[in-house]
Design a protein around this ligand. Structure first.
Ligand code: ATP
Length: 237
């Protein structure tokens, strides 16, 4: 489902942190959002998920306006955020966390089992550890669970906040591979990442956020090849 942002502003109290943000995530594509710490990536994702109310601007989901709607309303329309830090229930098992994801979707019995089978197929380690307390998993495995918990809701739009943060490189590769697969299957993905090389390596398009505004929009390949982007975000050139 097409996600379009136009002229978005956001504030925390009197501090304006997003200024006139415009970007588009076309249906079934992946857009990587790169930018330094504090650039405003998390705030934009929160605005898109209905967790922070923008002070101006439009968010269109499949052509319908959603800016200012409550988080549960945005979720009901198929938008799911995998937050930074994962926010799992550490005392609950892997399977119980996935049940939390299923809550409110209306999927029961066979339908629920099919959804669980699908995410266990994407992340086989979660099946293996289904009865393990999720707080005991490695960072990468917890990230897989956070993504799986979103996926059992069968989102049309998946927003991810720094899924590679603090995770072993091998698991980052596995997680990004799954995201690429999801995009191929038609899920619309906006991926905020400080690991710019990895994110641009799998995305269709990229946007660069600096000081609360989007300063570059291009194909991921063009951004990867760009000297300025390389110098500032890829640690090369
Ligand atoms: P990071 O990668 O560190 O999460 P980010 O690009 O996601 O950075 P945001 O977290 O959106 O950036 O922060 C944008 C700006 O808003 C920063 O200057 C930050 O200090 C400020 N900010 C974030 N959350 C709050 C809050 N709850 N109250 C006040 N200011 C905030």
């Amino acid at each position: 489902m097409n996600l379009t942002v136009r002229g978005l502003d956001a504030r925390y109290g009197s501090t304006r942190v997003l200024h006139d943000v415009s970007c588009e995530v076309p249906d079934g594509t992946m857009v990587a959002m790169i930018g330094a710490n504090g650039a405003g990536k998390t705030t934009l994702l929160k605005c898109l998920a209905g967790l922070h109310r923008p002070s101006a601007g439009e968010v269109m989901l499949g052509g319908a306006p959603v800016a200012g709607l409550a988080a549960h309303e945005v979720a009901r329309r198929g938008v799911c955020l995998v937050p930074a830090g994962r926010q799992l229930f550490g005392d609950l098992t892997v399977a119980e966390n996935l049940q939390v994801g299923l809550h409110g979707t209306g999927a029961r019995g066979t339908a629920a089992t099919e959804r669980l089978e699908r995410v266990y197929g994407l992340f086989p380690i979660l099946r293996e550890f289904a009865t393990r307390q999720s707080g005991l998993l490695s960072g990468g495995q917890q990230q897989m669970l956070a993504i799986a918990r979103a996926l059992v809701r069968e989102p049309k739009v998946l927003l991810l906040d720094e899924p590679s943060l603090g995770i072993a490189p091998l698991l980052v590769t596995e997680i990004l591979g799954v995201l690429q697969q999801l995009a191929r299957d038609g899920v619309t993905i906006l991926l905020a990442e400080q690991n710019a090389a990895a994110a641009l390596g799998i995305a269709d398009h990229g946007v660069v956020m600096e000081n609360g505004t989007i300063t570059r929009t291009d194909t991921a390949a063009a951004l990867l090849a760009d000297e300025d982007v390389s110098r500032h975000y890829l640690g090369t050139a």
